[in-house]
Each structure stands twice: as C-alpha cells, then as structure tokens.
Design a protein around this ligand. Structure first.
Ligand code: FAD
Length: 432
C-alpha cells in the first residue's frame, strides 16, 4: 500500500488556527504577499511599530515551505565560509555570519516573548562528512570561523563519531552548539497569533494576482488585485519565497524552486532514539544532494533530502518516500524494519548564486533565497524588511550584493531543466 502524503508537523499543532481577517481593507500602509516565516515576522514587527498592515496569503498561513521544513534552526549559510570570503571579502562575510547567529537569537527571543510552545531547543547541529576530503575541509572552515567570527565549531574525528550519531558510514563530523531545533508547524501558528495580537490583519485564501504601481497625488501607491478584491498599499513586501508567481515577475525570474522531501517514521523506543542521535542534534551530510535528519520531539526519525528536482506532486512525493527510506537505511541500518508513517514535500527558494537576497525590485521590498536555512533567516529578514519600511538604516550585507537572474529553464514555472540541475548536483557529488 503506497504511503499517502501527510505532514507530521501539521498534525502536532495544538493551538486553534488564526482566524482570517474578514473583509479586505480598501487601503493599508503595507501589504505583505505571503504568510510564511518571512511574511509573518514582517507583519508582527510592523504591527508592533503601529503600521497598518495586511498580510495576504494565497492558501493558509504557513502553507508554503514554512510548515514543511525540517525545523532545523541553523548557523551559517548554505555556502561554506571559505567560498563566501573568496566571493564577497572578509568584511561583508563577517556581517553575514553575524546575521546568521543573530537570526537564531531572534527566533529564540520571539519564542520566549510570544510564549510559543514549539519545542525550541539549542541542541546544536552536526554536519557529517561523506568523503575524507570533505572532513579535511571542515578543519579549514572551523579555523577560519574561529579566527574571523570568534565562533567555535568542534571537529569530531571518525573514532569519536559514535558519541554523536549511531552510524559508521561517515568520515567524521563538525558540531555547532549554537544551532537549534523547533517544530515549524507550531512556530508558524505562534508567529501568526503574535502578529495578529499586535494588530496585523492576516488574510487566508487571498491570492495576489497582479500588482500595479498607481501613484496618487505624486505619492507612491500600489494596487494589488487579489482573488478577494483590490487593496491599495503605500508599500509592498514580497514574502512569497519559492512559491513566487506571476504577480511578482521580476522576483520570479530570480528564484530557482527546488523540491525537497521528508519522511517521518513511527515513534522509536527511547533506547533506539538515543542510539541514533545521542545528543539529539540537527544532522546533515556534506553532499550537494544532501540528506538532513533529526529526531522529532516525540522521537520519530525525520529524514529529508532532495530526492527529486522539481516541485512536489502526488507522484514525486510517493517516489521520494521510497528513495528517502532507502537513504535512511543506508545511514541507519537499525531502521530497516521501522515503519514510515509520514511523507511530504515542499519547495525551497534557491538563487543562482545560492545566497539570500533582500532589497527592492520594481520599487517593492523583497527577501528570498533562504534555501535550506530559512527557519531563522526568513524570520530575521522579515523583521529587517519591516525596519526598512519604517525608515531604519539599511545595514544588511545582503542588499548590497549582486542578485543574478536565473537561466530561463531553472525559473519558477519553467521547470523543464530542473532534472538537469539534479544531474549536475549528483555529478558534483561524484567529482568533489
Ligand atoms: C522540505 C523542506 C525542508 C526544509 N528544511 C529546512 C530546515 O530544516 N531548516 C531551515 O532553516 N530551512 C529549511 N527549509 C527552508 C525553509 O522552510 C524556507 O526557507 C522558509 O520556510 C521560507 O519562508 P518564506 O516565508 O520565505 O516562504 P514560504 O514559507 O514558502 O511562504 C511563502 C508563501 O507565499 C504564498 N504566496 C505565494 N504567492 C502568493 C500570491 N501571489 N499571493 C498570496 N500568497 C502567495 C505561498 O502560498 C506561501 O505560503 C526547508 C524547506 C523545505 C521545502
């Protein structure tokens, strides 16, 4: 019997869903497109500063990547630090790295301030090396990070790896104690309640179909045509991530949507859970086509990976479940007979340079490109965009770097070349 798509996190949300605001207002100060971490964080921050804000979500709050991820709240960025320094220079990367650490502190602070019951825990992350050369590169990274950012990562040689993970297939690992884990479904629900309490109007099932610049008496205004009617806004924040569509064509051209999939097993015995992950780390491997995995708070193994390189459909989700189960057993042979109870997929927002970006496109604020680091980053960027709207100084290192357009075949809506991108990543894993 093939497993049906079912998202584990959504089944664990115990608070009642936020009630959508009733009618769309005619005019607001700020309209936010998208109700994931980024949009909700921006809405909360704006409302707390007294800005009249409407958030417009095409489906339901958190429907996109924000409720579908691994719940890993990770330090650093997708690209290794030596690569970042070569590309952007020490000064800029120092600011970027500081932002990544600050973003985790910010998630922790929001969780505490808003009393969000989402199992936030600083359990740290473990990166495991699939090749000796990858392990050797950890030494360089850790030394550079210590020297440049005074942040400590711990190298774990293969002989000591069993203290971190119940698997012998890796060449060693690297631990960062600053990373955390949380339940993203509950975090989204808590953020949404917090934004609403602060005064933001949150609108479910309101798809923005078109955005027109409509200056009024010489002042900038936008008219957003939505599935629930039109709304005028002084400023627009695009927080639509990998799901960005026709309404924001300039941003859409920059985003490469990449499917990622997750399975979750039945609840494991306490002994088995401890054997697999003795320190309850957020774990990911060193491949381009990587696996990421962790225990859930109720001790299931949650195991994810980029099993297929195109946005999720029923078919790719089912195929992915089997591919991921085989992947999970290749890491943990102990799970050979363990039942997989959940599988779901989601879409990540990659960019051509594999970097997060923010700023303005067509006069509208945006942030995107969080890839697999969006739990913390999207929260942080959302709050920063709110600050920019309110006139805060732009001290973001990410607004000053070039934002390349994606080649046509890799863009959202033009996904015929994505399997080729998948082959390219697999080839890189073979070669590097
Ligand atoms: C399977 C998977 C695993 C991941 N694991 C991790 C992880 O462990 N750690 C980590 O840090 N990151 C992870 N990520 C990435 C992380 O989830 C995202 O980077 C983050 O959620 C992005 O948040 P967002 O608010 O920018 O976008 P989203 O959460 O995708 O929200 C965008 C929203 O915009 C809405 N929208 C789009 N167009 C319109 C429109 N025209 N009108 C109205 N609404 C619109 C969509 O419906 C969607 O709800 C993972 C992602 C996936 C898919």
């Amino acid at each position: 019997m093939p497993i049906q798509e079912k998202n584990y996190w959504l089944e664990t949300v115990s608070t009642s869903p936020v009630q959508s605001a009733r009618d769309l207002p005619e005019e607001v100060d700020v309209a936010i497109v998208g109700g994931g971490f980024c949009g909700l964080s921006a809405a909360r921050a704006l409302a707390k500063r007294g800005v009249n804000t409407a958030l417009l979500e095409a489906e339901t709050l958190g429907w996109g990547a924000s409720c579908r991820n691994g719940g890993m709240v990770l330090t650093g960025m997708k690209l290794p630090v030596p690569t970042l320094i070569r590309r952007y220079g020490r000064e800029a990367v120092r600011k970027m790295y500081a932002a990544s650490l600050e973003s985790i502190n910010q998630v922790e602070q929001i969780v505490r301030e808003e009393n969000i019951d989402c199992n936030f825990s600083r359990s740290g992350h473990l990166e495991v090396a699939c090749k000796q050369s990858h392990f050797d590169a950890y030494e360089e990274s850790a030394a550079l990070i210590r020297e440049e950012f005074q942040h400590e990562l711990r190298i774990i040689p293969k002989s000591e790896l069993r203290r971190e993970i119940g698997s012998d297939i890796y060449f060693g690992g690297m631990v960062d104690e600053a990373s955390a884990g949380l339940n993203p479904g509950r975090y989204v629900a808590g953020l949404a309640h917090a934004a609403q309490r602060a005064g933001a109007c949150l609108h479910n099932h309101t798809r923005v179909e078109k955005i027109e610049a409509k200056p009024q008496n010489g002042a900038r205004r936008f008219r957003l045509l939505t599935s629930q009617g039109a709304i005028t806004a002084r400023e627009v924040i695009l927080a639509s991530g990998a799901y960005t569509g026709e309404a924001a064509p300039a941003l859409r051209r920059k985003i490469i949507p990449i499917g990622s999939y997750i399975i979750a097993t039945e609840v494991l015995s306490a002994d088995l859970a401890r054997e697999l992950s003795p320190r309850n780390r957020m774990i990911y491997d060193s491949k381009h086509f990587l696996y990421y995995y962790r225990l859930t708070p109720d001790k299931r193994m949650l195991f994810g990976g980029r099993a297929a390189f195109f946005p999720e459909t029923d078919n790719t989700v089912r195929k992915s479940a089997e591919i991921l189960r085989r992947g999970m057993i290749s890491v943990y042979s102990q799970l050979r007979d363990t039942k997989v109870e959940y599988v779901w997929g989601g879409t990540l927002d990659f960019t051509l340079d594999v970097m997060p970006h923010a700023g303005k496109l067509d006069d509208m604020y945006f942030a995107a490109g969080f890839a697999g680091h969006g739990v913390a980053a999207a929260t942080w960027f959302g709050a920063k965009l709110a600050g920019l709207v309110c006139g805060d100084k732009d001290d973001l290192p990410f607004t000053k770097i070039p934002f390349p357009t994606a080649p046509i075949g890799l863009r959202s809506g033009h996904t015929w070349a994505l399997p080729l991108a998948g082959l390219w990543y697999r080839l890189l894993d073979f070669l590097t």
